[in-house]
Design a protein around this ligand. Structure first.
Ligand code: SAH
Length: 263
């Protein structure tokens, strides 16, 4: 039985799709199928050109990217675009870097679709912390070194006054910490983690543009990582992995080794 009002009879559908970290081979089969079927692709700057190239040739592309924290398209405008496209009867893929529900604002977009009565599906993607760790040779859990993982953002919503991350508390968990959007505040984060009890010698891996041809990584320590990554010119998009497991990159960094061997 169709309980939708008549005006919605031709409503399209919105798929909130994770595009993964960049390497198109890390797309899910479902994402690939939907890219080939969608009338419109709504995407941001973290979606790689190689992934976009897999979209239907005649699909309309709408760029709603934000870069470096700057604004290109306010979130509510993106939500309005999605709702309008669906009401125009389109099959829409809202393509997001990594996974739509990990620091991707997929939750807000799904809520807006529900509020508007637009049918939707969520397609998970390989989130960049998992991809960065795998390609950098950092097992996020390890029998000997870590039995937990935490995903954190180093760059909170500036409008939120009272939800500053308690970095000192996260230092006490004994878990691997994966920090998204952490490069701008790296010095503060590293200092506060040490204030919370993590040793200055705690290994830290920084992985920039993971899985892409621009992939770079460095292995440092909590005490030095801010300085070293600045000196080496590391910047967004990057994942910072804090914990004993990061040191394993020393022997497991297979992707960088393969890139070096290919040169
Ligand atoms: N939804 C995304 C995260 C979006 S927030 C996901 O699940 O991965 C944007 C942040 O993701 C960047 O600042 C960076 O910290 C991280 N990121 C995205 N792509 C990345 C990549 N290829 N390599 C390293 N970090 C990446």
């Amino acid at each position: 039985m169709n309980s939708k009002p008549d005006t919605f009879a031709h409503t399209g559908v919105v798929y909130l799709v994770g595009a993964g970290p960049g390497d198109p081979e890390l797309l899910t089969l479902k994402a690939l199928r939907l890219l080939g079927e969608a009338d419109v692709i709504v995407h941001d700057h973290l979606v790689s050109a190689e992934v976009l190239a897999l979209a239907r040739r005649d699909a309309e592309r709408v760029f709603v990217g934000k870069k470096g924290g700057g604004f290109c398209c306010p979130q509510n405008e993106i939500e309005t675009i999605l709702v309008h496209l669906a009401f125009a009867g389109k099959k829409v893929v809202r393509l997001k870097g990594g996974d739509p529900f990990i620091f991707g604002r997929g939750g807000e977009e799904a809520e807006a679709l529900v509020a508007a009565g637009v049918p939707f599906e969520i397609v998970p993607g390989v989130t960049s912390a998992l991809a960065a760790a795998a390609y950098a040779g950092v097992p996020l859990t390890h029998r000997t070194h870590s039995s937990g993982v935490v995903f954190l953002t180093g760059h909170e919503d500036p409008k939120k006054a009272d939800t500053a991350i308690q970095w000192e508390d996260y230092a006490k968990l004994g878990a691997t910490l994966c920090i998204y959007m952490g490069m701008k505040n790296l010095e503060t984060i590293a200092r506060r983690l040490q204030a919370g009890g993590l040793a200055a010698e705690t290994p830290v891996a920084v992985v920039q543009s993971a899985t892409t041809s621009a992939h770079r990584q460095l292995l440092s320590t909590l005490g030095e990582v801010a300085l070293v990554s600045e000196r080496e010119g590391f910047g967004a998009p990057a994942i910072v992995v804090v914990g004993e497991v990061a040191a394993l990159a020393d022997k497991l960094a297979w992707f960088e080794a393969a890139k070096t061997a290919a040169r």
